[in-house]
Design a protein around this ligand. Structure first.
Ligand SMILES: Nc1ncnc2c1ncn2[C@@H]1O[C@H](COP(=O)(O)OP(=O)(O)OP(=O)(O)O)[C@@H](O)[C@H]1O
Ligand SMILES: [Mg+2]
Length: 261
């Protein structure tokens, strides 16, 4: 077993969304830092996967790799070819323009005709209860408002896959609950086409979080990383079963104990 990640997953037949085989990622000057080592990870359409691990364990790097922003230095990566993928970063990137125009620009960059973007942006702002802030400079919004705006900008694109990097990390408890509820709603609703019509296919969610309560609420599966290695990959109930986790992956068990203190 040594060197193998703890896993209790049944093999299921479903559409693969991501498939990583032996992925390595190197970063920094002369690519000297190995941020991810030998990652094997297959994510099916409709799964809700949480990435957990200490600071610097590789969660953001893995999300960036799934999104295609970071190229593996070795190994194979298969990602959804014709699906809309939305990524939210640890700190939202907002342009110095109104909230509405930030969403419009996001839509236009993805090929939505300019004349349609205004109504879609207004609808997205209403969806996150920010209609009254539409004309405010996005950079002047609070952290929680910016994160809601980032969700609205993503939702406007009707993504089939959501990649969220610590989406509630810098928010106060009230904003945290609000943003988490939006994530739950958006990702449970199933895929929609650009006209908002359901396609009958489930949405896929991959997110990182230091909030284990949030992991329990949002995830169906938990992936534990340590120093760039995937050490455990378990259904959420198994991950939070102390005795099982202690026997399957002592390192992850220690991490959960530390985070729960
Ligand atoms: N642009 C970069 N250049 C060099 N090293 C980097 C870069 N980005 C990340 N790293 C390093 O890669 C490793 C993994 O970082 P990563 O940001 O993926 O961790 P993380 O799990 O997201 O941490 P956190 O919980 O703090 O967000 C760390 O050692 C980090 O210092
Ligand atoms: Mg990170």
């Amino acid at each position: 077993m040594s060197g193998m990640p703890a896993t209790a997953r049944q093999s299921v037949v479903a559409a693969p969304c991501f498939d990583l085989r032996g992925v390595q990622v190197h970063l920094g000057p002369a690519s000297r830092l190995q941020a991810l080592t030998d990652i094997f990870l297959r994510i099916e359409e409709g799964e809700r996967v949480a990435l957990v691990g200490a600071n610097g364990s590789g969660k953001s790097t893995l999300l960036r790799t799934l999104h295609g922003l970071q190229r593996p230095s070795a190994g194979e990566l298969h990602s959804p070819a014709h699906q809309r993928v939305a990524m939210l970063f640890q700190r939202p990137h907002m342009l110095r323009m109104s909230a509405r125009r930030n969403i419009q620009l996001g839509l236009w960059l993805r090929g939505v005709p300019a004349r349609q973007t205004r109504a879609l942006a207004a609808q997205a702002l209403e969806r996150v209860e920010m209609g009254h802030l539409a004309e405010r400079n996005a950079r002047a919004l609070s952290g929680g408002q910016q994160q809601r705006l980032a969700l609205a900008r993503a939702w406007a694109l009707r993504p089939a896959v959501w990649l969220l990097d610590e989406p509630t990390a810098s928010l106060d408890p009230h904003a945290k609950r609000e943003v988490e509820a939006l994530i739950a709603e958006f990702t449970a609703a199933g895929q929609r086409d650009v006209d908002g019509q359901p396609t009958g296919r489930p949405t896929t969610l991959v997110f990182s979080s230091h909030n284990l309560g949030q992991v329990k609420r949002l995830a169906s599966r938990v992936v534990y990383l340590e120093q760039g290695r995937l050490l455990a990959d378990l259904p959420v109930n198994d991950f939070f079963n102390h005795d099982l986790l202690r026997s399957l992956c002592p390192q992850a068990h220690l991490f959960v104990q530390g985070e729960s203190l």
